[in-house]
Design a protein around this ligand. Sequence first.
Ligand SMILES: Nc1ncnc2c1ncn2[C@@H]1O[C@H](COP(=O)(O)OP(=O)(O)OP(=O)(O)O)[C@@H](O)[C@H]1O
Length: 501
Amino acid sequence: MLLADVVATSRAVAATRSRLAKVELLAQLLRGQDPEDVTTVTSYLAGSLRQRRTGLGWRSLQHLPSPADEASLTVSEVHHTFEQIAALSGTGSQRARADATAELFGRATSDEQQWLKGLVTGEVRQGALDSLVQEALAVVGGVPVAAVRRAAMMAGSTVDVAAAALTGDPDALAEFVLQVGRPVLPMLASSASTVAEAMAKAGGGTVAIDTKLDGVRIQVHRSGDDVLVVTRSLDDVTARHPEVVAVARALPCHDVVLDGEVLALGPDGRPRPFQETASRAASSTGVHLTPSFFDVLHVDGRDLVDEPTHVRLEMLEALVPADNLVPRLITSEPVEAESFATQVLERGHEGVVVKSLAAPYAAGRRGATWVKVKPVHTLDLVVLAVERGSGRRSEWLSNIHLGARDADSGELVMLGKTFKGMTDEILRWQTERFRELQTSDDGHVVTVRPEQVVEIAFDGVQRSTRYPGGVALRFARVVRYRDDKTAAEADTLADVRTHLA
Ligand SMILES: Nc1ncnc2c1ncn2[C@@H]1O[C@H](COP(=O)(O)OP(=O)(O)OP(=O)(O)O)[C@@H](O)[C@H]1O
């Protein structure tokens, strides 16, 4: 398969509005191709190389050789070159890496060079494409999309199941079962503006009203004394969470997979400011973190993923001590649910997650079986640039430029700027972070690679001719930086527009 075809398809998909047409374009690309190439392309379309580390960064791609006139690079040549680059180590590896990169880029057309550069630096990470690629794999393999999704959830990625999907054999996909110790893609929530609306969305009847804890998502796997803790993005953070490991080891079972949130609590049981949880989760500080679990996917040889929520919750409550359970109310009464939600907010938590009791555990944000309700609306936006501070902030990078992706064009569109809500700790952190991501500095504005996601509170969204998206945020302020989301998972321009007054 030619790399040029992948580049052209990725551009065409970005330029097409219709979901069906996008899936068809992807299916055309994947049909009849070698499974190894399909695996590589599945990874590339989601915006990642297959190698975890290549030692290549933005700086090593600053000066590219002149491009080739004609497209000749194949996907497999590209993959093997990165494979070789990733394997380099020791003396002379820097030189060898630069030579291999120059050779690869010298064989790429100008279009391919830009695309490959985005791939290597992670700029084109398009998580949103993942579910379209799953659909395309189902079409090409002639297997149900549900089977592809389920296998991807169990494997922790679509890339790992692409080849199996192409065999057209549902049994090949069914082989991806939950394995204790292998992270599973997490279930996500949709949102509603009131508890009653969320209850209706979750199917009505009796539902669970979960406290929405404002911490950091964790998935915990235990087998005997071995414990693995991963984040929402499935990164291994076991070493940073000794408290979680201790709680998991103390449970009366041998094998277990749990889903939950970890956060810093004060002596009164109220949550501490999120920054304390975040900084402790990033490096060891004196803060104690408490895990609170809200779901269980496996206990001692029994997979629970397909069990309805009420069964999973019964198992969870039988296994985990009350102090490590997310407080919840089971009810069918909107009035009771509202009053529980009010108490949750009074206790300093973020909101509630309404959960259908009949639904199985399913990765992603599909359907409406988990519906979150938060009174304070925030948007997850991408930082495009940052201005040097002045006065008290002259040592720091301060005013950040905020962007959201226009899902139609794939472009990031600026929505406004803010220097509000930043503590000294945030200023220090962001100065260092944006220097790392810097692509240019005109003495005032430092442009950065659009990779850092920031959670922004705002008072409203208004129409504006000032910014290209036609909207601007009123009183935007920083709540926190989010390292557990990629730019592809940030809110889109369409999400922002839903807040228009
Ligand atoms: N009881 C709970 N049940 C499910 N998720 C919970 C619960 N308490 C806190 N959470 C958090 O809420 C998130 C669900 O919301 P969503 O899927 O929209 O993810 P998100 O974009 O990270 O959300 P947010 O920024 O609102 O936390 C989970 O990822 C988890 O971190």
